[in-house]
Design a protein around this ligand. Structure first.
Ligand SMILES: *Cc1c(COP(=O)(O)O)cnc(C)c1O
Length: 387
């Protein structure tokens, strides 16, 4: 969470005092308003607010009719939730390499495509826009769906469009660690009416009884419960109003450090759309990266050290424990026989190499000029001591 204050408190108070915290038929329609406002900002026809980013991914895959028998290509470097979402709908996640931008490698996508591939999930990890032109090109060539995981890139852009609006659907997370936050929360955006309706039905077990049920063209099936409350909606509306200033400050601070430190940074597919939340320096080898990281102290981290985000640490997936019981485990479903299931800790050597020779710094939008100058000078000094 970057910024939260009195405005959120007042919005929550208003909802609280209405004594009606459920989104359907609510007096202030906070959740509904948030959806309209977020769809407008992202530039899509539809937005569905959800209780989390993982649920947004699952609902989007349900929307895309991905299920048993399908393979979905995901990157080796992402929060494990991307893979969990694929398994949650009964499909098999196929892990592709990343390139120097730390986002999914499009050559590797091509290598992983099979007759069973149904979708690609490019992940705008750390706020870095993926190579969307090429990904859309590949998807068109092979008739695949594209689901953008923008859970770490709320509000980011690519070629003048917002991340999440480029593929067939996009997802966002508003959990505690994301650019905007309500503690927990998420959203799905799409222009596709079928995806939206199926996700809407899936996200609310009460859909059959809602006032809009008769307007749906998709026959109602049994869903789940991923709705948000009016409290979450109220917080998200205020958070949304902070988006542009947060992004502005993150980008300015990232640029100040990158411009002053004489080290190679990872390439970007759109530095203007980049969220600015993370700076990454690329070194020739891991030992150089570790020396630099130690010199700059607590600011620096190597992506290879992340437990959650590197495929080799996704133990339940490596062990093919893809669900709560054998019956619900996609790795054991007969529909998935012959699918690309083998994931070993050394399956993506290129990714491991890149992630182990990169040092990242998480940018804070509220760093003072003094703090910013200190960080820059520590980086400059440490860079000078390398060799
Ligand atoms: C945070 C995150 C998610 C999941 O979001 P939750 O709100 O925690 O469910 C999915 N994908 C990526 C890349 C994330 O960083």
């Amino acid at each position: 969470m970057y910024r939260i204050g009195q405005e959120e408190l007042e919005a929550v108070k208003r909802v609280f005092e209405s004594r009606y915290l459920f989104r359907i038929d609510a007096p202030f329609k906070e959740a509904e308003q948030f959806e309209k406002e977020w769809a407008y900002t992202i530039g899509t026809k539809y937005c569905l607010a959800l209780s989390g980013g993982t649920n947004a991914l699952i609902s989007a895959l349900v929307g895309m009719e991905v299920g048993p028998g399908d393979e979905v290509i995901i990157p080796s470097y992402t929060f494990m939730a991307t893979g969990i979402a694929v398994l949650a709908v009964g499909a098999i996640p196929v892990v592709a390499e990343i390139d120097e931008s730390l986002t999914i490698d499009t050559e590797s996508i091509r290598e992983k495509i099979s007759q069973y591939t149904k979708a690609i999930i490019p992940v705008h990890i750390n706020g870095f826009p993926c190579n969307m032109d090429e990904i859309i090109h590949i998807a068109k060539e092979h008739n695949l769906m594209v689901l953008e995981d923008a859970c770490q890139a709320d509000g980011g852009g690519y070629n003048g469009k917002r991340l999440g609006s480029i593929g067939d659907a996009g997802t966002f997370s508003f959990n505690h660690f994301k650019i905007l936050s309500a503690g927990e929360g998420g959203a799905l955006v799409t222009d596709n009416r079928n995806i939206y309706e199926r996700a809407l039905i899936y996200h609310d077990g009460g859909t059959a009884f809602r006032p809009y049920a008769s307007e749906l063209s998709v026959p109602v099936f049994t869903g789940n419960q991923h709705r948000i409350s009016e409290i979450t909606g109220a917080i998200l509306r205020v958070q949304h109003s902070r988006l542009e200033t947060i992004l502005y400050d993150l980008r300015a601070k990232k640029k100040a450090i990158q411009d002053s430190v004489p080290l190679e940074t990872i390439p970007s597919y759109d530095i203007e759309g980049d969220c600015g939340s993370t700076i990454c320096f690329l070194f020739n080898n891991e030992s150089q990266a570790r020396v630099f990281s130690e010199k700059i102290g607590p600011f620096g981290w190597l992506p290879i050290d992340s437990d959650k985000h590197v495929y080799k640490n996704w133990t339940p997936i490596l062990n093919k424990r893809g669900g709560p019981s054998d019956y619900f485990n996609p790795y054991l479903m007969k529909e998935n026989r012959g699918r690309q299931m083998e994931l070993k800790s050394d399956s993506c050597p290129k990714s491991l190499n890149l992630l182990s020779r990169t040092v990242c710094i998480s940018v804070k939008p509220d760093w003072s000029e003094q703090e910013l100058a200190n960080i820059s000078s520590i980086c400059i000094k440490s860079a000078g001591e390398l060799s």
